[in-house]
Write a protein that binds this ligand. Structure first.
Ligand SMILES: C[S@@+](CC[C@H](N)C(=O)[O-])C[C@H]1O[C@@H](n2cnc3c(N)ncnc32)[C@H](O)[C@@H]1O
Length: 452
C-alpha cells in the first residue's frame, strides 16, 4: 500500500513538472517571447528526459488546437484574463487540451489545472479554474456545436489566414488546412554519397523501422512511425538527415557539380547546405547566416556529415560585411518567410503570426534578394526558395524582382538537371508552388533565376 502511494505521488509530481514547464512555454508564446521551437529548446531541460515527450505533446497540442481552444476558453470566461495572468490563461488552455484531446482522466486534468494555480501563487484563481473546466466537462458538446460555424473552429486556423488562403488557393484550401492541422510525417534524406536509399531502407527494416520511398526526391524515405534520430542506423556517421521531401528538392534543382562555387545565403540550420555537399565532391561552398546561435547548428550538422564549408555569420543583404567580390556560380536563397507551408511543424504560427508579418517578410526578402543577386556571376543560377504559401513572398516577389532586374530571367526548374522530373506542386506565373500534403511533403515554393 505504502509503495503504491509513493509511486503514484512520484508520477504525479513528475507530470506536474512537465505541465508547469508547458505553462511557462505556452505563456511565453502567448506573450510573443519566442517561437515554440526556441522555447522548447530552452525549457525542455527543466523536465526529466522521460517526460520530454509529454511536454512536447502538451505544447505542440495546445498550439495546434489553439484557434479552437481559444474560442472555447473565451466563451467560457466571463472576463478574459489580464496580460499579467497569461500564465493562468495558458493553464486553462492546457486543461481544455487535456480534456478534449488526451487520455488524462477528466478529474486529473481539472485537479492538475487547479493545483497549477497554487503553484503559480495565484490561489485566488483556483475556484475560477475549477468552475470553468467543470462547466466545459459538462457542456463540451453543446459549446463546440454552438461555436462550430466560426472559421477558427471549422478550420482550426486564424480567421485572417483562412481568408488569405481561400483568396489565393480556393481549390487547394481544404487540402492545405487538413494537412496543416495534422502531425507531419517523419521524412529522412539518405546520404546517397555513402549509401543507396534501397540499402538504407533494408537496414531500417532489419531494425523494425518501416519506411516508404518519397516520390520526388530519390533520397527521401518516409518512416511509418517517427523515431528518435539516435535510433536511425549510422545517424552519427552522417548516413542520413531528417529533412522534409520538399526541402530536399533544392539540391536536385541546383544540381552541384565538381568545382562549383556555391553560396547558401540564409543557411541555418544547414539542412540544405549538407545536401548540396552530398551531391558532388569538390564543391566550394560558402554559408551565410544571420543568427550566431543558428550558425552553431550548421557547424554541428556539417561535422556529423563530415563536410566543411566557409561559414560566415552576417546579414546576407550587407555585402560589404561578408563578400570578398568573388562571384558565385550558383546561389541558394532560402529566405526567411511566413512559414505558412510548414504550420504543422511550427503550429505556434497559429498563435503569433499576424498579417503585418507577411508584409515585413516581403520587404526583408526583397532586400536580401536584391543584394545577393550582385554576387552571382553572369550566366550563373540562383534558386529562390520559401516555405510559404503566400504569393507575395513567392511568385509576386519574383515578378517584382524581374521587373527591376533586367539581367534576370526565370528558367525551368530542371534547367540544371534535365532528367529531374517536375511532377511536384503546380506551376505558377514564376516557379512552382507545393502545398502541404497529408503523409507527404510540406508547402514550399521554388523559382530558378538565371543571370543573363
Ligand atoms: C528558412 S531558414 C533557412 C533554412 C536552411 N536553408 C535549411 O535548409 O536548413 C532562413 C534562415 O535565414 C536566416 N536569416 C534571416 N535573415 C537573414 C539575413 N538577413 N542574412 C542571412 N541569414 C538570414 C534565419 O536566421 C534562418 O536561419
Amino acid at each position: 500500500m505504502s509503495q503504491k502511494n509513493t509511486m503514484s505521488s512520484d508520477t504525479t509530481s513528475i507530470q506536474h513538472s512537465a505541465r508547469q514547464v508547458a505553462i511557462e512555454v505556452i505563456s511565453n508564446i502567448l506573450l510573443q517571447q519566442g517561437s515554440l521551437s526556441t522555447q522548447l529548446a530552452r525549457h525542455q531541460l527543466d523536465v526529466a528526459s522521460e517526460h520530454i515527450p509529454l511536454l512536447k505533446e502538451l505544447c505542440f497540442g495546445v498550439c495546434r488546437q489553439y484557434p479552437k481552444l481559444n474560442s472555447i476558453a473565451l466563451h467560457l470566461l466571463e472576463h478574459p484574463f489580464e496580460e499579467k495572468d497569461t500564465d493562468l490563461y495558458a493553464t486553462l488552455l492546457l486543461g481544455l487540451y487535456q480534456l478534449t484531446y488526451m487520455n488524462t482522466p477528466d478529474h486529473a486534468a481539472v485537479n492538475e489545472s487547479v493545483e497549477a494555480c497554487r503553484l503559480l501563487n495565484k490561489d485566488w484563481a483556483t475556484k475560477l479554474m475549477n468552475a470553468v473546466l467543470r462547466r466545459y466537462q459538462r457542456e463540451a458538446d453543446d459549446i463546440v456545436e454552438l461555436l462550430e460555424a466560426m472559421p477558427s473552429i471549422e478550420y482550426n486556423h486564424p480567421k485572417w489566414l483562412v481568408k488569405r488562403l481561400n483568396k489565393h488557393w480556393p481549390d487547394q484550401l481544404e487540402e492545405i488546412i487538413e494537412a496543416s492541422n495534422t502531425h507531419p510525417p517523419m521524412c529522412i534524406r539518405v546520404n546517397e554519397s555513402r549509401v543507396s536509399r534501397e540499402t538504407y531502407k533494408a537496414t531500417l527494416m532489419e531494425k523494425g523501422i518501416k519506411s516508404t520511398e518519397g516520390e520526388f526526391s530519390s533520397a527521401a524515405l518516409y518512416l511509418r512511425n517517427a523515431v528518435r534520430v539516435t535510433e536511425l542506423p549510422n545517424f552519427e556517421d552522417g548516413f542520413v538527415s531528417v529533412q522534409d521531401e520538399a526541402a530536399q528538392l533544392s539540391a536536385y534543382i541546383l544540381s552541384p557539380q565538381a568545382g562549383d562555387k556555391i553560396l547558401d545565403a540564409c543557411a541555418a540550420p544547414g539542412g540544405k547546405t549538407g545536401h548540396l555537399l552530398e551531391k558532388a565532391d569538390n564543391v566550394e561552398l560558402t554559408a551565410v547566416e544571420l543568427e550566431p546561435w543558428r550558425m552553431e547548428k550548421i557547424e554541428s550538422n556539417l561535422e556529423r556529415l563530415s563536410y566543411s564549408a566557409k561559414l560566415i555569420c552576417a546579414d546576407a543583404a550587407e555585402l560589404d560585411t561578408w563578400w570578398d567580390g568573388e562571384h558565385f556560380d550558383k546561389i541558394l536563397l532560402d529566405v526567411p518567410c511566413s512559414a505558412t507551408g510548414v504550420i504543422r511543424r511550427n503550429p505556434d504560427i497559429k498563435i503569433n503570426r499576424k498579417p503585418a508579418d507577411i508584409d515585413e517578410m516581403v520587404s526583408i526578402q526583397r532586400e536580401i534578394l536584391d543584394s545577393v543577386w550582385t554576387t552571382l556571376k553572369p550566366g550563373g543560377f540562383m534558386l529562390y526558395a520559401t516555405c510559404s504559401l503566400m504569393p507575395e513572398e513567392n511568385e509576386l516577389q519574383i515578378q517584382r524582382f524581374l521587373e527591376n532586374q533586367k539581367n534576370a530571367t526565370d528558367v525551368p526548374l530542371n534547367t540544371l538537371a534535365a532528367d529531374f522530373a517536375l511532377e511536384w506542386g503546380i506551376p505558377v506565373s514564376h516557379g512552382r508552388q507545393l502545398f502541404p500534403s497529408l503523409e507527404s511533403h510540406d508547402g514550399f515554393y521554388y523559382c530558378l533565376l538565371k543571370k543573363i
